[in-house]
Design a protein around this ligand. Structure first.
Ligand code: XMP
Length: 511
């Protein structure tokens, strides 16, 4: 029986961080929109109420029945969750005289189980415009800050199950002892055993996959990326040769990637067929210059090839996918209680068309957890810690028309750059790196000869999720070496530039 914590989402930008902090403590949790009915199933050990952009005093403020929840389980309210709790039990919440954002010092009033081993003064992170002015009757103050009277509180133990509120955000990095506080809630208060480890996940998932799939056959597209590889390895553990993996060479992969990735799959014991479809894609991409059209051609071409391969197999009933948790979390819209569900199809449109049941073993994992599971499964770290690589591959890094010759040039330059980053121990310092072939030629001189050749741009960014990014400040000496190596070794390129644009206003990819 997996122990579980439920996080009710009121639309805070930090809700996912709460989930990650709980998972980091090796306790399984799920995020659910606040208005969904809570199922009190066996194994549910506690509830966390998230923050929210709303004020509890607004007419349309989202609310839940905290009293009945706290009758059944321990509850922790964070920020809005704490204000809602205070208000529902008869306390007073008012607009703050001054909005409070950022650093504050929590001064402990009482060291309860929630704040066990927390320093008497501890840095915490605030983000609120309402303040709890008075606690409800039967509640006790646990902590204050210089600017607010109530920073942490609890309901007296004789009133029922533990019920806590924190005005600050323990889940964010800048709350120095926040992780400890969350761990205290999970262990001291909810009695969780912290046994949700990668090994535990693997055993449980493989068992569940055996039940779900039985003796059916599963087809799956692999991309060489982390998610599809980890998902396939799990499915393989459950059903072995009944998993039919397809890895397509679309002609715009990185240099030697097709062969290397197939080799890794072989080592992992996966039943994967490599399909060389380079010509198919080059023919379709001929004369095409519009980035969106290129994307559609690669996506559509992939479905055609995958379909063709599927037809050659008989009795396929299921489709494996590497979908991960951020793709499926139902997020609460801050503009009202409507719910938007982000849908994500790794192989756009395939499941509906082929009428296959879905197998998604990573559906409840965050990216860093997928990596931990992957390492536990024995997948090489090189693959696990690869930078993200776009589905349309080098096609959107060759600006303008794509030819085989241009692909070869870019692959060679990119290979020098990426290997250089690895050798200089810079690869893991950047979030994503790549090389872009520009559609301009310029004059150069090599020996006594005048050259008229292409330019490549090197791109390296730091980021957390790709939504925003800054250009990586790579050392000049490193850039000088890479520039020399590319120009001296890749005939057809005589100029190298470095992209120093952040996102926004630029994007990571050039197309
Ligand atoms: P941008 O260029 O939008 O990229 O800043 C953000 C992240 O998304 C990747 N990317 C793609 N990935 N198909 C993908 O699978 C695409 O069409 C695509 N376009 C951009 C990009 O590599 C970066 O990680």
């Amino acid at each position: 029986m997996t122990e579980k914590i439920l996080i009710l989402d009121f639309g805070s930008q930090y809700t996912q961080l709460i989930a990650r902090a709980v998972r980091e403590a090796n306790v399984y949790c799920e995020i659910t929109p606040y208005h969904k009915e809570v199922k009190y199933e066996e194994g549910l050990k506690g509830i966390i109420l998230s923050g929210s952009p709303f004020s509890v005093n607004e007419d349309k403020a989202p609310t839940v029945d905290v009293k009945s929840m706290a009758d059944k389980l321990p509850v922790l309210g964070v920020c809005y969750g704490a204000q809602l709790t205070a208000k529902l039990f008869g306390g007073r919440v008012d607009k703050s005289a001054k909005r409070e954002y950022g650093r504050a010092i929590l001064q402990l009033q009482k060291e309860d189980a929630l704040l066990q081993n927390i320093s008497t003064t501890s840095q915490v992170w605030m983000s609120h415009s309402d303040t709890i002015k008075e606690l409800p009757a039967g509640f006790e103050l646990l902590g204050t800050t210089d600017s607010i009277p109530v920073a942490a509180f609890m309901r007296n133990s004789e009133q029922g199950n533990p019920l806590y509120g924190l005005q600050f955000h323990p889940e964010v990095y800048h709350s120095a002892e926040g992780k400890k506080i969350i761990r205290n809630f999970l262990v001291n208060i909810c009695g969780c055993h912290q046994d949700w480890t990668p090994a535990h996940f693997i055993t449980e998932t493989v068992e569940a996959l055996k039940q779900q799939i039985g003796d059916k056959k599963v087809i799956m597209a692999l991309s060489g990326g982390v998610d599809s590889t980890v998902a396939a390895t799990l499915i393989n553990k459950a059903i072995g040769k009944n998993l039919f993996g397809i890895f397509v060479d679309n002609g715009v992969l990185r240099k030697n990637e097709f062969g290397q990735v197939l080799e890794t799959y072989k080592h992992l014991g996966l039943n994967v067929k490599g399909v060389d479809a380079k010509e198919h894609f080059y023919n379709k991409l001929k004369w095409k210059t519009d980035p969106e059209e290129k994307r559609k051609i690669i996506g559509g071409g992939f479905i055609e090839i995958f379909d063709e391969e599927a037809k050659q197999l008989t009795g396929i009933e299921m489709l494996g996918q590497g979908t991960i948790y951020p793709d499926v979390i139902e997020s609460v819209s801050v503009h009202g209680p409507s719910v938007t569900i982000k849908s994500h199809h790794n192989v756009g449109g395939l499941p509906e068309k082929m009428k296959l049941g879905l197998v998604e073993p990573l559906r409840y994992l965050f990216k860093d957890e997928v990596r931990r599971v992957g390492l536990e499964l024995g997948i090489p770290p090189d693959l696990i810690f690869r930078h993200p690589f776009p589905g349309p591959g080098l096609a959107i890094r060759i600006l303008g028309e794509i030819t085989e010759e241009k692909v070869r040039l870019l692959q060679d330059a990119d290979d020098i750059y990426i290997n250089g980053l690895k050798k200089a121990n810079l690869y893991s310092e950047v979030w994503q790196a790549g090389t872009i072939l520009l559609p301009v030629k310029s004059v150069g001189v090599m020996g006594d000869e005048r050259t008229y050749e292409y330019t490549v741009a090197l791109r390296a960014v730091t980021s957390v999720d790709g939504m925003t990014a800054d250009w990586a400040h790579l050392p000049y000496d490193f850039l000088a070496d890479i520039s020399n190596e590319i120009i001296n070794n890749v005939r057809g390129i005589n100029r190298v530039v470095y992209d120093i644009s952040s996102k926004p206003p630029a994007t990571i990819e050039w197309e």
